[in-house]
Design a protein around this ligand. Structure first.
Ligand code: BG6
Length: 492
């Protein structure tokens, strides 16, 4: 059993009704429904809590229940029968027709009935697990049917959660944003990037702020370069329709930028929404674009066999791997390159951030190799470890060096494994009205502004930035290795 020490900030979810649009879709089945069940089974859901799932597929009650059971059984936490019974008692399904005002009238009626039965009427969280094109329409209809309460109303609240990638381009993201804003106020919109909800991602901030040994050295005076890796073992997993439109860059860029920000932003004055977003924004404003106009600074690739995946278009040029370098133009990081790579089917799942320190320039070691540099590694998943490689004296009669690694496991005790998952944590925060870990409109726009030159270069001058190939089970193409090796460094 470990105890908390000193600083402790908690968010408590408020009693509310949760409405899931797109309940029969892929995202709902893979992430949202398991997270909702997880909140109930871990006793993290508020006391007065009910769920209304809405989807286009007609389902009678037995079909709905067996579908839920199948989803939850497959999920990481599995199905515990007692919790499942309670979950079912609190859950209804409604066939959705997002364009029809009658659907919203029926929704309002069911929410009123559920609110009266379970308590917490008039406090609603609407999760739009639908294609982004439907965000504006649903939000407007919610407003027109009186389901979206006016912001600032203390007796009731409505919050709308939307998922990345928020459109397919800067233009479509702005149009989407404008559509949402016609009906909802910014304080009612919660933009999820589930990486911010990961325990190990938040641990980066904890490590930096609570241990002066780290943050004080995280700057150009000490750090040679930073590496961010998001590798996946999985390929398309039946998501060809989505992935063919998106490609890896659009799909993963928000996650990559959030990891970069949490590592390299200045520490906020507090861990509250405004302070946190202010520092993140300052960091993003100082990022220099990776490439776009400069060919060869980003490497895109596709794994062999992608074209044979079901649902992939003949001759598709969708990338499944991306590596790029960026720099940060501020006093802390000027001159320190950040190397980033992400890919599907790389043979292993690995999300990690590595800070590679400069080698010592001590007079005694002049012209001598002191061995490898110190590396501070934060493994986010699936291993949840932190390690620091050091140079020590090699035991023996001579003064020689050797390398040793200090390490710790982020979770060791049973109760630490019961902590909320990324989606669970973000749902709790949304129910608590805490927007700290959700993205601002600036971040959403920035992501597209950062990415657009890259996408434009790939489309406009593909010969300069060709689509390379890599074998499944390998860490990407040789060109990704060359991207860092030409700077005299190597991927870890
Ligand atoms: C999602 C992407 O946002 O993140 C997926 O759409 C990707 O393509 C997933 O597989 C990775 O998330 P995690 O939490 O499994 O690392």
């Amino acid at each position: 059993m470990t105890e908390t020490i000193g600083f402790c900030q908690e968010t408590r979810p408020e009693n509310c009704g949760f409405v899931l649009f797109g309940a029969t879709g892929d995202l709902a089945g893979r992430k949202i429904i398991p997270a909702l069940f997880g909140l109930c089974s871990k006793k993290l859901a508020p006391k007065n809590f009910y769920l209304l799932f809405a989807g286009r597929t007609p389902l009678d009650r037995p079909e709905f229940e067996s579908r839920l059971a199948a989803i939850i059984e497959k999920s990481e936490g599995g199905l515990s029968p007692d919790c499942f019974k309670d979950f079912l008692d609190r859950t209804e399904y409604l066939r959705a027709d997002y364009e029809s005002p009658e659907f919203y009238a029926r929704l309002a009626e069911r929410l009123a009935a559920l609110g009266a039965k379970f308590g917490a009427p008039r406090k609603h969280l609407f999760y739009l697990a639908t294609p982004p094109a439907a965000f504006g329409l649903i939000t407007r209809e919610l407003r027109d049917s009186g389901l979206l309460s006016p912001p600032g109303d203390r007796a009731r609240w409505s919050r709308v959660i939307i998922e990345k990638p928020y459109g397919e381009s800067l233009e479509s993201a702005c149009a989407l944003e404008a559509g949402l804003k016609q009906a909802a106020a910014e304080e009612q919109i919660y933009r999820i990037d589930h990486f911010t909800g990961k325990e190990t991602v938040q641990n980066v901030l904890a490590l930096r702020s609570a241990n002066s040994v780290f943050d004080e050295t995280w700057n150009a005076g000490f750090i040679d370069h930073v590496q961010i890796t998001v590798f996946e073992e999985l390929g398309l997993e039946g998501r060809a329709a989505f992935f063919e439109r998106m490609g890896l860059a659009r799909d993963m860029m928000s996650h990559l930028l959030q990891l970069a920000a949490i590592t390299a932003m200045d520490l906020p004055a507090s861990f509250r929404d405004t302070d946190f977003k202010t520092e993140k924004k300052r960091f993003f404003e100082s990022l220099k674009r990776p490439c776009g106009s400069q060919p060869g600074q980003a490497v895109r690739a596709q794994y062999d066999g992608y074209l044979a995946e079901p649902g992939v278009a003949a001759g598709s040029v969708t990338e499944t791997f991306l590596a790029f370098k960026f720099c940060v133009d501020n006093a802390r990081w000027r001159g320190v390159p950040f190397y980033v790579r992400a890919g599907k089917k790389t043979g292993l799942k690995r999300t990690s951030i590595d800070l590679v320190y400069k080698k010592p320039a001590h007079g005694a070691f002049k012209d001598m190799d002191t061995g490898p540099a110190n590396i501070f590694s934060m493994n986010m998943q699936p291993a949840e470890t932190v390690s620091f490689s050091l140079i020590t004296k090699h035991p023996g009669p001579k003064l020689c060096f050797t390398k040793k690694t200090m390490g710790l496991d982020y979770r060791e005790h049973a109760e630490e494994f019961a902590a909320p998952t990324d989606y669970e944590r973000l749902l709790i925060d949304a129910m608590a009205g805490d927007r700290t870990l959700f993205l601002s409109p600036f971040e959403m726009r920035f992501m597209w502004e950062f990415l657009s030159p890259l996408l434009a270069a790939w489309q406009g001058a593909p010969a300069q930035d060709p689509l390379y190939r890599y074998r499944p089970g390998t860490p990407g193409p040789a060109e990704a290795a060359a991207l860092i090796e030409k700077d005299g460094r190597a991927w870890l």
